[in-house]
Design a protein. Structure first.
Length: 149
């Protein structure tokens, strides 16, 4: 799959303060105006067998307080994530990221019928909402960048 750039290797996980959680009330971290709660919503496409039980991480580059290259947030909660035409929502707290310029997905196939049709991923700070479109199958392990709408 040519669009995949490289494989994930020995990437350091983020500290617990930046950990993705499954519910808004579970978000932890400093209580300061410089910090924002971000919602990541992932829409799996409405095509046959779109769903997956694969492992999925995201990373992004932003105009302020950007994640470092190698920082990845795993998207996981107690639900059966990334199923056909489902929207999965995850939350984390971070210093204001400003404009989100790039968003990357790291996909690691797992389970039966692991191919995943990823439609869009939206990052919402409450003030700014940025959607990245993929609209394609993810099949092999790798990293893919979304197209900012
Ligand atoms: Ca599938
Ligand atoms: Ca699943």
């Amino acid at each position: 799959m040519a669009a995949f750039e490289k494989k994930l290797s020995s990437q350091a996980p983020l500290t617990s303060a930046f950990k993705v959680t499954s519910a808004l009330k579970e978000v932890e971290g400093p209580d300061d105006d410089a910090w924002k709660i971000y919602e990541i919503s992932v829409h799996t496409g409405d095509v046959p067998y779109a769903g997956t039980d694969a492992d999925v991480w995201v990373s992004f580059r932003s105009s302020a307080n950007s994640l470092r290259p190698g920082d990845w947030l795993q998207l996981d909660n107690t639900e059966d994530n990334f199923e056909h035409n489902k929207v999965d929502r995850f939350y984390f707290k971070h210093l204001d990221l400003g404009t989100i310029n790039q968003l990357f997905v790291y996909f690691y196939p797992r389970g039966n019928n692991s191919n995943w049709f990823l439609d869009t991923i939206t990052l919402d700070s409450g003030d700014v909402r940025t959607t990245f479109t993929f609209n394609r199958w993810l099949i092999d392990e790798g990293i893919l960048e979304g197209t900012r709408n």
